[in-house]
Design a protein around this ligand. Sequence first.
Ligand code: EPU
Length: 345
Amino acid sequence: MTSTQNSIPTAKSSSNLDLKGRNTLGFDATAELAYEINTAEQIPAVMQEITAKKMLWRVLGGGSNVILPKVLPGATLLINIPGVEVIGSNLDITTIAVGSGVNWHEFVTWTLDQDFCGLENLALIPGTVGAAPIQNIGVYGVEVSDYIQAVEAYDAKERIFTTLSNQDCHFAYRDSHFKQQPNRFIVTKVIFDIPKQWQARIQYADLAKQFPVGSSPNPKDIFAAVCAIRSHKLPDPKVIGNAGSFFQNPIVHSEQYETLILKHPGLVSYPDAGNKRKLAAGWLIDQCGLKGQRMGNVGVYENQALVLVNHGGGNAQDILGLAKCIQDAVHSKFGVKLEIEPNIF
Ligand code: EPU
């Protein structure tokens, strides 16, 4: 595509694009046809073309939460929409509009440099700003949904640009309206509301351990502590391929929890809504003796059993095979089903 219409530059497209560097698991993968989306205005024409060609399509952001096959058939939209802009400020809140292609960690770093504090617990999460609301990224007691005012997106079903309020996004643990309706929304911009009154959230055990009791860390201290913990516990995708947590922490009813804790007194869990309990999947996998185990080119990370890694040369089949072994082991020991967290393309 080279022509221009209404002075909007058309999206660049390329065939058989190598995606090895665009998925953090580092799998060998190519996109049959890839479109580089640099502005939201390019999307309708691209979608029209995709529809006319009756092609399958999907969006690829930072590639940090996906399992790619060797060839991605149809169209792959690579979202590079830039821009970070303060669009409002009152006594209580700073409102910031961010393009969906902006790198998440760079955005968090920028907010702290501007003294807009609150996102520090979410430091060092790989991926893009546009991907953050899809799985409602969350760490150390904070979820991104706590800070999202609205999400702007192209609705491929209705063929219109739309704005979803925080409520419309139906955020839940690792879940959202976007995740529930795959292949419908293409996120173009996320609007954040950052409260001016800041409070440290360091109750989460791993984080609390970093600070002496009674100390009052500032946002940059917390940012540094989060970066240190994550760097230790989670492998750097540039060094060893991974997609972060490979499974969700399973949520069980209180009766199942009571039975489990009697049998396994060390069980790590957290209270969840409606009298349910969220179990630490990493602990369950670890208890099956799987931490650090290797199966061919893939394996379970040695410092965090919830993370599966590509030691080099691994592919989707290898990692899904390993995942199945883990799911079976956890199910037979604890009777709990583990759900895969990354999107399988
Ligand atoms: N644990 C083990 N063995 C392991 C791993 C964990 O015993 O191999 C135990 C830990 O000792 C701890 C508990 O399990 O008591 C929980 O572990 P951790 O604090 O590492 O957190 P997590 O529940 O495994 C979740 C998120 C992570 C996030 C951390 C911190 C999910 C699926 N994962 O992991 O998110 O960094 O909490 O908030 O909710 C990600 O999504 O990619 C991710 C890394």
